[in-house]
Design a protein around this ligand. Structure first.
Ligand code: GDP
Length: 703
C-alpha cells in the first residue's frame, strides 16, 4: 500500500515539472491556519524535526512544497535522515538547523515590500521516520498587518492560500483549541471551496490549553462537521528543553501522557481522533485514497496530453530528436565550415590584388604630389615625345624626382598598412559571421567569438608588419626592373589612368547637371577665373600698399558679394580642378602609350608612372607573401582551435543547454521533446501502478 503513495508522489513531482495546469495535478495536502495557531509545530511533529523558520516577524513568506520520502530501515540500521533543496543544488543536508537556516534565508530574500511571494520552495526530506507525504506549508493568515507590512498583505496571503486549496488538494485546516472555531480563518477559507468538508481535515492544536471535555467536544465536530473529521494534537513540549535531533520524542511523550490521562474521552473506544501518530496515519490514508481516486482522471488527462505532444512532435519535427549537445556541436561545425568557405578570399592572389589596389591608390597620390602639381610637368612630356632625347641626357631634376617618388612609395609604412588592411578584412569577416545566423541568437557567444579572434589578430599584427617592412627594405634603396615587369607595369599604369580619367569625366558630368548644363558651368568657370584674377590683384595691392590705411582699404574691398550661390562657386572650382587633371592625364596617357615608354625600363625617368607601378607590384607581391605566412596561416590554423577551446570545451552541461535554448527554434523543439518524454515516462509509471494495486487500474480512455 505504501508503494502506491510513493509512486504517486513521484509522478506528482514529474507532473509539476511538465506544467502547472490544474488538469495535470495529483493532490497534495495544503496546510493553512492563522498565525500562531501551531501550524509549524504540527508540521515539525510530523517530520520529527525542528526545521521551519522561527521568529516574531512573519517568516513563512513563500509556500514550501514539502515532500516527505520514507526511507526504509535496511539491515536493522536506520537510514540516514536528510533534506534536499533540488532547485538549489546544495546536495544532502543532514543537519536540520542548516535546513532551517536555508528556509529562513529563502524567506527573507523576498523583499519586504512584497512580503509574500507565490514562488514555492521545493524541499524534500528523506527519513525512516516520515511517511510518504506531500505537504504544502503556506504563510499563516493574519488578522491585521503590522506597521512595516504592506496594507494589502492580508489579501495577498488569502489569495495565495485560495490558489492552493483548490481541488484536488486536501486541506489541513489548523485551529487552536483555545480559539473559537467560529473565528478560524482556516475553516472559513476551506468552507468556501469545500462546503461539505469532503477534503478538509481539521487539526485542533493546543488541546492541553482547554479542559479535556471541551476538547473532546470540539473534536466530535458537531458544530462545524467535516467529512474527514477533526484530530486533536499537542505539539508543544511544555518548555522542557527540546532535543533538537529527536524533537518528537519529548513532545510525543507529553501528548501521550495527556491523552492517556483522559482515555475515556480520547481513547480507542471514543469516537474522536487524537494524537500526532493518528494524524500522520490519517494523512497517509486520506492522501492515498484521494490520489487513488484522482488516478483515473489524471491518467486520462496525461494520455490526452501525451497524444497531443506526440502528434505535434510528429507534425512539427517529423519525430526528429535533438539534443542541446548536438546543436552546440553543429553550430560550431557550421561556424568552422563557413569560416573555411570565406578563407578563399584570403588566398595569396586575392590578398595580392587587394594590396595592389591599395598601393595603386598610393601611386596616384605620389604622382599628383610630385608630378601633376609641378609646373614643369609639360616639359617631361615634351622630352619623352622627342625621339632625339636619350634617357641619360635628361636633366638630373627628373632623376631626383623619380627617386623621391619611389622613396615616398616604399617608405610610406607599407608593412603596417598592408597588414592592417588584411587584418581588417579578417575582422570584418568574423564580425559578419558573428552577426549572422545562428549567432544572432547567441549574443554572448558572438561577443566571445569576436573578442578572441580580435585578440588573435592583435597578437600577430605587430610581428607581421615588422616582418613585411623588413622584407621590402631592399626596395627602399634600389628597384631593379626586368623588361617583362616593365611592360606589365606600363599596361597597368595605362589602365589606371584611363580609370582615373573616367572618374574625372563622371565628376564633371555630375557638376554640369547640378549647376544646370555646360553653358552655365562655363559661365560659372569664367566668373570664378575673373574673381581669382581680381583677388590676386587686390592681394598685390594690399601687399604693396604704402601705408596701413590703404592696406586695410584693400583688404575690405576684397569682400565682395558673390553673384552666384557659394555652392555653385565651389562646384566651379572643382570643375576647374577636374579639367586641369584631365588635361594632364590625357597628355601622360599619350606618353605612356608612346614608343618611348614601350621601349623598356631604361626610360624610367621619362615614364615615372610605369616605374612606380612596377614598384607597387613588387611591394604587393612581397607583402602578400609574408602576410600569408605570418598572419593568415597562423590565424587559419588557430581560429578553429580557439573555437573549440573558447566556445565549446568551456561550456558545462548547464551552459550547453542554456546556449541551445537561446535559439528560439531549438528551444521550442527541446521543450516539446522534453514534454513528450516526460509524459511518456509518467504514462509508463501510471501504467505500472496497475501491478501494484489492481483495484486502481488507470485504464485510460481511448478516443
Ligand atoms: P504557527 O505560527 O501557526 O506556525 O504556530 P507555531 O507552531 O509557531 O506555534 C505558536 C505558539 O504556540 C508557539 O509558541 C508554540 O510553542 C505554541 N504551541 C504550539 N503547539 C502547542 C500546543 O500543542 N500546546 C501549547 N500549549 N502550545 C503550543
Amino acid at each position: 500500500l505504501m508503494h502506491l503513495t510513493r509512486k504517486l508522489i513521484e509522478i506528482r513531482t514529474m507532473l509539476i515539472s511538465i506544467d502547472q495546469s490544474d488538469a495535470l495535478k495529483l493532490p497534495s495536502i495544503v496546510v493553512i491556519g492563522s498565525q500562531s495557531s501551531g501550524k509549524s509545530s504540527v508540521l515539525e511533529a510530523i517530520v520529527g524535526h525542528e526545521f521551519l523558520p522561527k521568529g516574531n516577524n512573519m517568516v513563512t513568506r513563500r509556500p514550501i512544497e514539502l515532500t516527505l520520502i520514507h526511507t526504509p530501515v535496511e539491515d536493522g540500521k536506520a537510514a540516514q535522515e536528510y533534506g534536499e533543496f533540488p532547485a538549489l543544488g546544495l546536495g544532502k543536508i543532514t543537519d536540520f538547523t542548516v535546513i532551517q537556516r536555508t528556509l529562513t534565508d529563502l524567506n527573507l530574500a523576498v523583499p519586504a515590500s512584497e512580503a509574500v511571494s507565490n514562488e514555492p520552495i521545493d524541499l524534500r526530506i528523506y527519513s525512516p521516520h516520515v511517511p510518504d507525504l506531500t505537504l504544502i506549508d503556506l504563510p499563516g493568515y493574519i488578522q491585521i498587518a503590522s506597521m512595516d507590512q504592506p496594507e494589502t498583505l492580508k489579501e495577498k496571503i488569502a489569495g495565495l492560500c485560495e490558489r492552493y486549496i483548490r481541488e484536488p488538494n486536501i486541506i489541513l485546516a489548523v485551529c487552536a483549541a483555545d480559539v473559537d472555531l467560529a473565528n478560524s480563518p482556516a475553516l472559513r477559507a476551506s468552507r468556501k471551496v469545500d462546503p461539505l468538508g469532503l477534503r478538509t481535515i481539521g487539526v485542533i492544536t493546543k488541546m492541553d490549553l482547554v479542559p479535556p471535555e471541551q476538547g473532546a467536544t470540539i473534536l466530535a465536530g458537531n458544530r462545524y462537521p467535516l467529512h474527514l473529521g477533526y484530530i486533536g494534537v499537542i505539539c508543544k513540549s511544555h518548555g522542557k528543553t527540546v532535543n533538537k535531533d529527536r524533537l518528537s520524542t519529548v513532545a510525543r511523550q507529553n501528548e501521550h501522557e495527556y491523552f492517556g490521562a483522559h482515555r475515556e474521552l480520547f481513547g480507542k473506544q471514543s469516537s474522536v481522533m487524537a494524537g500526532t501518530d493518528t494524524l500522520r496515519r490519517r494523512l497517509m490514508e486520506v492522501l492515498e485514497s484521494s490520489m487513488a481516486s484522482s488516478l483515473h482522471g489524471i491518467t486520462n488527462a496525461v494520455q490526452l496530453e501525451l497524444e497531443e505532444a506526440q502528434y505535434q512532435f510528429k507534425v512539427q519535427y517529423n519525430d526528429r530528436r535533438i539534443s542541446a549537445e548536438s546543436y552546440v556541436a553543429e553550430t560550431m561545425d557550421t561556424l568552422k565550415a563557413r569560416f573555411k568557405e570565406y578563407t578563399a578570399e584570403f588566398r595569396k592572389p586575392a590578398v595580392r590584388a587587394k594590396l595592389k589596389a591599395m598601393l595603386e591608390e598610393r601611386v596616384m597620390d605620389v604622382l599628383e604630389q610630385l608630378y601633376w602639381t609641378d609646373k614643369r610637368a609639360p616639359e617631361l612630356t615634351a622630352l619623352g615625345a622627342d625621339a632625339r632625347v636619350k634617357p641619360e641626357d635628361v636633366e638630373p631634376y627628373w632623376r631626383y624626382k623619380l627617386d623621391a617618388a619611389s622613396s615616398l612609395l616604399t617608405k610610406s609604412g607599407v608593412g603596417r598598412d598592408s597588414t592592417l588592411l588584411v587584418a581588417d578584412g579578417l575582422r570584418a569577416l568574423i564580425d559578419s559571421i558573428a552577426q549572422g545566423d545562428p549567432y544572432s541568437f547567441h549574443p554572448r557567444a558572438a561577443e566571445r567569438l569576436i573578442e578572441f579572434s580580435h585578440t588573435l589578430l592583435r597578437e600577430r599584427i605587430g610581428v607581421t608588419s615588422d616582418q613585411v617592412e623588413n622584407c621590402i627594405k631592399p626596395y627602399k634603396f634600389e628597384v631593379e626592373v626586368e623588361p617583362r615587369e616593365w611592360e606589365a607595369g606600363r599596361v597597368e599604369a595605362v589602365g589606371l589612368f584611363e580609370r582615373e580619367m573616367k572618374l574625372c569625366e563622371e565628376k564633371l558630368k555630375d557638376i554640369k547637371s547640378r549647376v544646370g548644363g555646360g553653358r552655365r558651368l562655363n559661365n560659372l568657370v569664367s566668373y570664378v577665373k575673373e574673381l581669382e584674377v581680381k583677388e590676386r590683384e587686390r592681394k598685390q595691392r594690399r601687399l604693396t600698399a604704402p601705408n596701413e590705411e590703404e592696406a586695410a582699404a584693400a583688404a575690405d574691398a576684397s569682400i565682395e558679394e558673390y553673384r552666384y550661390p557659394p555652392g555653385q562657386i565651389l562646384d566651379a572650382r572643382h570643375a576647374m580642378m577636374y579639367n586641369d587633371r584631365l588635361g594632364i592625364l590625357k597628355l601622360r596617357l599619350v606618353a605612356l602609350k608612346s614608343k618611348r615608354c614601350k621601349a623598356g625600363p631604361e626610360n624610367d625617368v621619362l615614364c615615372p608612372e610605369a616605374f612606380l607601378n612596377v614598384v607597387a607590384d613588387k611591394l604587393a607581391y612581397t607583402s602578400a607573401m609574408f602576410i600569408s605566412i605570418e598572419l593568415l596561416d597562423h590565424f587559419f590554423y588557430q581560429f578553429p582551435r580557439e573555437i573549440d577551446s573558447r566556445l565549446l570545451y568551456d561550456l558545462d552541461r548547464k551552459e550547453i543547454v542554456d546556449f541551445a535554448r537561446e535559439n528560439p527554434i531549438i528551444r521550442k523543439h527541446l521543450d516539446l521533446q522534453e514534454r513528450k518524454d516526460k509524459l511518456e515516462e509518467v504514462m509508463k509509471q501510471l501504467n505500472s501502478l496497475a501491478t501494484l494495486r489492481p483495484d486502481v487500474q488507470p485504464t485510460p480512455r481511448r478516443q
